[in-house]
Design a protein around this ligand. Structure first.
Ligand code: MN
Length: 532
């Protein structure tokens, strides 16, 4: 056991630690959390984490993260229960009986997502994010999974070395970008900074070193500005509800350094002063007063209130000359904007009406759409500034929304978009996107017509299965080919993709022609083979 495990706080988890983080819950709301707390603790009894801690600490901490995000009681309960099926052998029936269908649905969703294996991450992260989102079906499943991952990242030091890097990579490539897209800035920053040292240890050390000298100076400067500003605003009768200092995340700083020749002098938002006021009109008044006191850097005033970022982020940013040779960034926003920036889509999931089928099932898609919408319309800022940077599936979604009548979008999406697509892996980790009902024959032709034409068998998740077996999300399919194998006409019935059927027909036709001795085609085939 590592020496660290001896230092772990032995304080027993208390359900009050979770309940103290939520507001406005009714007795019934807290009841389900208490019950889930006891259920999970009992089921995880005697189980240990790699850190040597009791296993229950993990669902407990996950639930605390969820409570901090302001989600509803059923989501918190599901957070407590999220590992009970997979790791503690609780049965589905039991969870349904104790907590209802909806909580079971969430727990199962998280369990399913946990089974996905991410291979070939670097090449396919976009597809994997899509798979992740498509499989979760409900925004709350994603949020629980993000909270689960955040706690796992906090305890990553106890995991075997070779696993550490894979988990951290997954976090940087899949989880943090999803948190960003859902606008949950707080989770995104924490996930990135926890993963950073494991994935890029050298860059991490360098960034830390560069930051060390810089941050103290700018902190002092910001404090001085804050005092001056506070006085002036009080004179003008504007009340600051809250002011804080935001330090840029190390990973995000490193990304910015890379774009600026690793010159930290060029980066002005390492730390920023954040002013939170009551009304939107106050934001503009504060901006005016700041510019009266200090000269702004030209071109650095950003009005994300009038023109929100693609993930919905709103604030006013300005960068000023502090007058003592320094430069500082100030961000101005209302409380509501602040909540949205920290908690994103989670901030819209009020605990009330934790589940209304019509509003909930795919409500998360609306969280993705602001991110997509302006990009399609050709806006310039945001992480995906070029049209070519927009992943195809995101474009498809946006087009799909445009085609769909406003009111039915969510329903349509459920039935026509995700319900009809599955995502299947090659053994190397490439993701193939197919319609529901596809078989390994469709899969083979989607990769290459030669593979389809020469296939004689398929292994699905390592097992030989009939060629007409319908594939499921996340299946890993290996196609076995042999020289001289040929498609059969039965395959036309065993496929659903137009592409596969077209290729099969062509191959059957060619075959027939061959038998009748058409030498032209024979020659052509011969040539093609040689090129291969
Ligand atoms: Mn877990």
């Amino acid at each position: 056991m590592s020496p660290k495990s001896n230092q772990i706080d032995k304080k027993e988890p208390q359900v009050e630690d979770i309940l103290s983080l939520v507001r406005g819950y009714s007795k019934k709301d807290t009841e389900i959390i208490r019950k889930a707390f006891d259920f999970s603790r009992t089921y995880h009894e005697n189980q240990k984490r790699m850190s040597g801690e009791n296993y229950f600490i993990h669902p407990f901490e996950t639930a605390k993260i969820l409570a901090g995000l302001g989600v509803g009681p059923k989501t918190i309960a599901a957070g407590l229960l999220h590992d009970t099926i997979e790791d503690a052998r609780a049965s589905e029936q039991e969870i349904e009986k104790e907590f209802g269908k909806e909580v079971l649905f969430l727990v199962e969703g998280v369990t399913k997502l946990g089974k996905l294996k991410y291979r070939g991450i670097k090449r396919h992260s976009e597809s994997l994010r899509k798979l992740f989102v498509a499989m979760s079906q409900d925004i709350r499943v994603i949020i629980i999974k993000l909270a689960d991952r955040l706690h796992n990242m906090k305890t990553l030091e106890f995991v075997r070395n070779e696993k550490q890097k894979r988990i951290a990579e997954e976090t940087l490539e899949i989880y943090a970008p999803i948190a960003y897209r859902l606008g949950i800035g707080k989770l995104k920053k924490d996930l990135e900074d926890l993963a950073f040292p494991y994935v890029y240890p050298k860059e991490y050390e360098k960034t830390k070193e560069l930051l060390k000298n810089k941050s103290k100076d700018s902190q002092k400067r910001l404090e001085k500005i804050h005092r001056t500003l506070q006085r002036k605003l009080a004179e003008e009768g504007i009340r600051i509800l809250k002011a804080d200092f935001r330090l840029k995340g190390l990973y995000s700083l490193c990304q910015k350094l890379k774009k600026n020749d690793m010159d930290i002098g060029k980066i002005h938002d390492i730390s920023a002063l954040r002013i939170i006021v009551k009304e939107i009109s106050d934001c503009y008044k504060v901006l005016g007063i700041i510019h009266e006191l200090w000269r702004p850097l030209p071109g650095r005033i950003k009005d994300y209130i009038a023109d929100p970022k693609s993930n919905g982020y709103r604030s006013i940013h300005t960068t000023i000359f502090t007058g003592d040779g320094g430069i500082a960034e100030i961000q101005i926003r209302t409380e509501e904007m602040h909540k949205e920036a920290e908690f994103g889509i989670a901030s819209h999931l009020s605990y009330k009406g934790d589940f209304k089928k019509n509003n909930w099932g795919l409500a998360w898609i609306f969280g993705l759409l602001p991110y997509i919408g302006p990009k399609i319309a050709g806006a310039k800022d945001g992480p995906h500034s070029k049209d070519s940077d927009i992943p195809n599936w995101v474009k498809e979604l946006a087009e799909f929304q445009a085609d769909s009548k406003q009111n039915n979008f969510e329903e349509d999406l459920k039935f026509n978009f995700f319900k009809e697509r599955i995502f299947v892996f090659t053994p190397k980790g490439d993701v193939v996107d197919l319609p529901v009902g596809s078989t390994s024959i469709d899969f083979a032709y989607a990769i290459h017509s030669d593979i389809g034409n020469r296939m004689f068998g398929a292994k699905i998740n390592g097992k030989f299965l009939a060629l007409d077996t319908k594939l499921k999300n996340g299946d890993i399919v290996e196609i076995l080919t042999r020289q001289g194998s040929k498609p059969s006409s039965k395959w036309l019935k065993d496929t659903v993709t137009i592409l596969a059927q077209k290729k099969i027909r062509a191959a059957l036709f060619e075959e027939k022609d061959n038998r009748s001795g058409n030498s032209k085609i024979k020659k052509w085939r011969g040539k093609k083979r040689k090129i291969k």
